[in-house]
Design a protein around this ligand. Structure first.
Ligand SMILES: C[S@@+](CC[C@H](N)C(=O)[O-])C[C@H]1O[C@@H](n2cnc3c(N)ncnc32)[C@H](O)[C@@H]1O
Length: 560
C-alpha cells in the first residue's frame, strides 16, 4: 500500500533491512518496498532476498546498498566479470539474459504508457544476441598512474571518476583486441624509459599528459585503430610508442594522437594527428564498406546494428519494394552519422530498381547530419560503395528539415534537389541518383535516429508538415522516444514539447495543444521493437514504425 505523505519515513540511513526486490527500475537498480516505501538497491535481482544498508532516505523513496544475498532468486546468475558491481560499465550481469530482455521491453512499454499516454503499446519481444559477450567495438579507457609507478586502466566506478583497474583480466563485453591494446600500452608505460617518464592526467588539477586510450575495432574486417588522447602537444617517444603498439597488436592498422587540452570529462578533443599507419579503419556492415575515423559515430555493437538497420529498412522501404512499383520514392535519413542507414537504403533501392523495368521506381535518398567530419566520412563511404549520388546535407535536423518543409510549402518540394541545401556531387563516372519527379511533393519516409536527447520540436514540426507516409524512429532512450511520439501521434502528453505556432494551428504551439483538437492525430504507432544493442548494461535501444493512414494535409497546413 502507498504510504501517506504525513507518515514518518519507516527507514533511516545506516539501518540494515531485509528486502525482496520485485522489479528493476530505469538505470538497472532493483526495486523493493519496505513498509510501503520504495527502496532502490543496485546489483541485486528481482526475486532475491537480500540484506541491505540504507544510504539515503527521501520523502518518497530510499536507496540502499546490498550487504548480503540471503537467498538468491530464480533469475540471478553468476556475473562473468570479476569487476562487476565495482566497474560502472555493466549493471545487469547478475540478471539472466532472457530477463534482461524482458526488462528492456518493459522499460519501453512503461515509457510509452506513462509519457506518451499510449495504452497497451504494440511493443514486440526484444531482439537479443547470442552470445551476448565481447560485442563492443569501441572503448575509451582512462589511464592513471598510481603512486607506486604502476598504471591503472579500466572504466570508472559507478557514479565516480575513480578508475577501476581491469588488471590483466580484460573486459567481458568488449572485443578482445581492445584488451590486447590496453595490455601493450600498460607494458610501455611501466617498462619503457619514455613510458615511465609519461605523466597521466589528473582531472582535479587538470595536469598530466596521457588522458585516455581510445580503441576502435572493425568486427568484420578485423582492423583496429588506437587513439592516444593527450593533454598537450605530444608524448615522450610517441612515434616509437605507435610503432611498438602496432608491432605488439598486429590488428592495429594505425595509431593516432588526439589533442584534448580542455578541462572536464569530454573524452576527445578537436585535433587528431596520425602517428603511424592510417587514421581510420574500414569495416563491413550489411554488405557495404564503411570508413570510420576516431571521432565519427559508429554503432558500438555491429552485430545488433545490422539487425536494427535491417528492421529499420524493412519498415522504411516496406512492401512491395519501392523499385517494384511505379512512381518515385524519396527517403530522408535524419541524424545520419557516417551515412550507414542512408547508404544501406540507397543500396537496397538501387538493387530493387535494377530488378525492374527502366523508369519504374526512381528513387532519391537525402541524409542530414550536423557533424562536418561525419558528413565527410559519409561522402567517402558513398564513393567507396558506388553510391555517391546520395545527397548529404550538413546541418542540424531542426534547421534543415524546416527548410525542406518551407520549400515544399512554396511548391518546390518535388523539383530535384532541395534549394537551400548543399547537395553531394559524386565522381563523374558515378551516375547521379535520379531526383524525384515533379509529381512527388513529399518524402515517402523519414528515418529519425537522434541522440539520447531526442528530436528538437522544430524537427518534429517539420516532420508533421512534410507528412511522409511513414516515419521510422530509431531511439536509444525510451523516455525521449515517448516524449516525441506524443507529438507525432498527438496523444497530448504534458511531457511533449511545444510546437512552433505555425504548425500547431492557430498560434497555440503549447504542450497539450493536441488535446484541444488543433493537431489531429496524424500518425498511428504500428509497432515498436527493442533491439538489445548493449547487453548487460541498462541502455535500451528500440525502433518504432509510425504510419499515416489518413490523407496528407494540404500544402502549408498541418491542422484541421
Ligand atoms: C544515434 S547517432 C545515429 C547515427 C546513424 N544513424 C547511425 O546509425 O550510425 C546520432 C547522430 O546524430 C548526429 N546529431 C546529433 N544532433 C544532431 C542534430 N541536431 N542534427 C543533426 N544531426 C545530429 C550525431 O552527430 C550522430 O551522428
Amino acid at each position: 500500500m502507498a504510504r501517506q505523505r504525513t507518515q514518518p519515513a519507516p527507514l533511516e540511513p545506516g539501518q540494515v533491512v531485509e528486502l525482496e526486490p520485485h522489479g528493476v527500475a530505469a538505470g538497472g537498480d532493483a526495486v523493493a518496498r519496505y513498509d510501503g516505501m520504495v527502496v532502490f538497491v543496485p546489483w541485486v535481482a528481482p526475486g532475491d532476498r537480500v540484506r541491505a544498508r540504507v544510504t539515503e532516505v527521501k520523502r518518497r523513496f530510499a536507496r540502499a546498498q546490498p550487504v548480503a544475498v540471503v537467498a538468491p532468486g530464480p533469475h540471478r546468475v553468476e556475473p562473468r566479470c570479476p569487476f562487476f558491481a565495482r566497474c560502472g560499465g555493466c549493471r545487469l550481469q547478475h540478471l539472466a539474459y532472457p530477463q534482461q530482455l524482458a526488462w528492456k521491453r518493459q522499460m519501453v512499454i512503461d515509457a510509452l504508457e506513462r509519457i506518451a499516454r499510449i495504452p497497451s503499446p504494440p511493443v514486440a519481444e526484444a531482439v537479443g544476441m547470442d552470445p551476448p559477450w565481447h560485442y563492443r567495438n569501441k572503448a575509451a579507457i582512462p589511464v592513471r598512474r598510481l603512486p607506486s609507478g604502476r598504471v591503472a586502466m579500466g572504466f570508472f566506478a559507478a557514479g565516480t571518476h575513480q578508475v577501476v583497474d581491469m588488471g590483466w583480466t580484460g573486459c567481458a563485453i568488449q572485443h578482445p583486441v581492445i584488451d590486447q591494446v590496453i595490455a601493450a600500452l600498460r607494458r610501455w608505460l611501466e617498462e619503457d624509459p619514455d613510458g615511465r617518464a609519461t605523466s597521466t592526467y589528473d582531472e582535479a588539477r587538470h595536469e598530466g599528459l596521457l588522458r585516455h586510450l581510445v580503441v576502435r575495432v572493425g568486427l568484420r574486417s578485423g582492423e583496429a585503430l588506437a587513439g592516444l588522447v593527450v593533454n598537450g602537444d605530444g608524448l615522450p617517444g610517441e612515434d616509437r610508442l605507435a610503432r611498438y603498439l602496432r608491432r605488439e597488436v598486429p590488428a592495429l592498422v594505425g595509431v593516432v594522437k588526439n589533442v584534448n587540452r580542455r578541462p572536464g570529462n569530454t573524452i576527445l578533443g578537436p585535433e587528431t594527428h596520425p602517428l603511424d599507419g592510417r587514421p581510420w579503419i574500414v569495416d563491413r556492415l550489411g554488405g557495404l564498406r564503411f570508413r570510420i575515423s576516431l571521432t565519427s559515430f559508429y554503432q558500438v555493437n555491429p552485430i545488433q546494428a545490422e539487425r536494427l538497420y535491417r528492421l529499420a529498412l524493412d519498415h522504411a522501404l516496406g512492401e512491395p519494394a519501392p523499385g517494384a512499383r511505379d512512381g518515385d520514392f524519396w527517403l530522408i535519413d535524419a541524424y545520419a552519422g557516417i551515412g550507414t542507414l542512408a547508404l544501406l537504403a540507397a543500396a537496397r533501392l538501387r538493387a530493387a530498381a535494377a530488378r525492374h523495368r527502366p523508369g519504374a521506381g526512381r528513387w532519391r535518398v537525402t541524409a542530414i547530419e550536423v557533424v562536418p567530419e561525419a558528413v565527410a566520412d559519409a561522402r567517402i563511404n558513398a564513393a567507396l560503395n558506388g553510391l555517391a549520388g546520395v545527397e548529404f546535407l550538413t546541418g542540424s535536423v531542426e534547421e534543415v528539415l524546416p527548410r525542406l518543409a518551407a520549400a515544399f510549402r512554396r511548391g518546390e518540394g518535388g523539383q530535384g534537389r532541395p534549394p537551400a541545401a548543399e547537395a553531394a556531387t559524386g565522381p563523374d563516372d558515378d551516375p547521379p541518383v535520379p531526383a524525384a519527379g515533379d509529381d512527388r511533393r513529399r518524402p515517402d519516409v523519414i528515418i529519425l535516429d537522434p541522440p539520447r536527447k531526442g528530436c528538437d520540436p522544430a524537427a518534429l514540426a517539420a516532420c508533421l508538415e512534410l507528412a511522409p507516409r511513414r516515419i521510422v524512429y530509431v531511439s536509444c532512450n525510451p523516455v525521449t522516444l515517448a516524449r516525441d511520439l506524443a507529438v507525432l501521434c498527438a496523444t497530448g502528453s504534458p511531457a511533449a514539447p511545444p510546437l512552433p505556432a505555425a504548425v500547431a494551428g492557430s498560434g497555440t504551439g503549447r504542450p497539450g495543444a493536441a488535446r484541444s483538437g488543433h493537431l489531429r492525430s496524424r500518425y498511428r504507432l504500428v509497432s515498436v521493437r527493442p533491439v538489445d544493442m548493449f547487453p548487460h548494461t541498462a541502455h535500451v535501444e528500440c525502433l518504432a514504425l509510425l504510419q499515416r493512414d489518413e490523407p496528407a494535409p494540404p500544402t502549408g497546413r498541418t491542422g484541421e
